[in-house]
Unconditional design. Sequence first.
Length: 365
Amino acid sequence: MNPLLEYVTNVGNKSFVQQPFTEIDAALFAQLAYLDYDYLIQHNQLQFSDLQSDAALKGATNCTWSIELHQQILKVMRTKIRYRSVSWQTWSDFTDAKTEEQFSAITFHLQQDDYCISYRGTNDTLAGWKEDANLFCMPTIPGQQRALKYATQQVQTHPGNYFMTGHSKGGNLAIFSFVNLARALQNKIAHVFNFDGPGNSLIDPQLQNRVTKIVPETSFIGTLMENQAILQVVKSQAHLFWQHDVLTWQTTDLKFQRSTRLNWLSRRIRKITTRWLTNTPEAVKTEFFNCIYRLLQANDAKTLTEIKRSLPRALPSYFIALRRVDPKTRRQVWLGIHELLSAIVLSFVINDKPAVRSRISKQII
């Protein structure tokens, strides 16, 4: 049985009073942020016990991956005392290609005065993926500011005790919101969870004991721009990038099964990306990602799915767009590629002295 499905089945007979909110609950509600709440709200499906029909289950899960597994989890949740009365409120969903922003959040009302704010990770839109890239180039991104505004309004409007959670970029938004909330509102947050989301928020040591960041052994995303000391590594049933899916993480009782460290591939990728992000000038990184974004939009695609469906028919459009890139931009992109190649080579160099790094970097032309 799938680990998360098994947890919901076994723990679902206990209320949140009998068994307080756990890290697996946090992962579950982070994953449930990917449901289609436009559909659910339009069809007056406002809590898990409402999801009684096959049509409701299909409508709720049509934008998720592992649709069948999501439906199995929801079928259990709609009957269990722990979850059946959990409702959702304050659904927010916003995407803007011009401002390069993709944001979604939902708040779950767990019981009485207990709530869980869940931020969705990146969806299929090009704008969403470009916003992820902007994390490497900007001190803050629009989605982070929107997430902070969302949390502020939610906690002020519905006073109570809060958990905050998110998967992938959603985990980044959860931590950013928490550390930037006004102190009075921070005191309302019981705990914050980031499931394999990138870093870039400085966490006050006084707040650290209320933050948990969990990544799988082969983490490519959760280790980006992050202090490795705060990472808690867990085991997954999947391999390589597919470990990013929390539905594959192994559980033991009320927690995810811990591992001693990131595996060699994750450590290598982390070393490469850290070196590239550190050594590449901000202007080069910005133009590098902007150029890729413009090229992907050459065929008027809005999502990765649209790009995939248009190939190979749309290849001429992309080649034409590539030829039209001006010389200055080409130089910036080449510098970005050069720094990436240098980072890859240097990640295998034992002698990491600056003079050695410089000599090897110059040889990569």
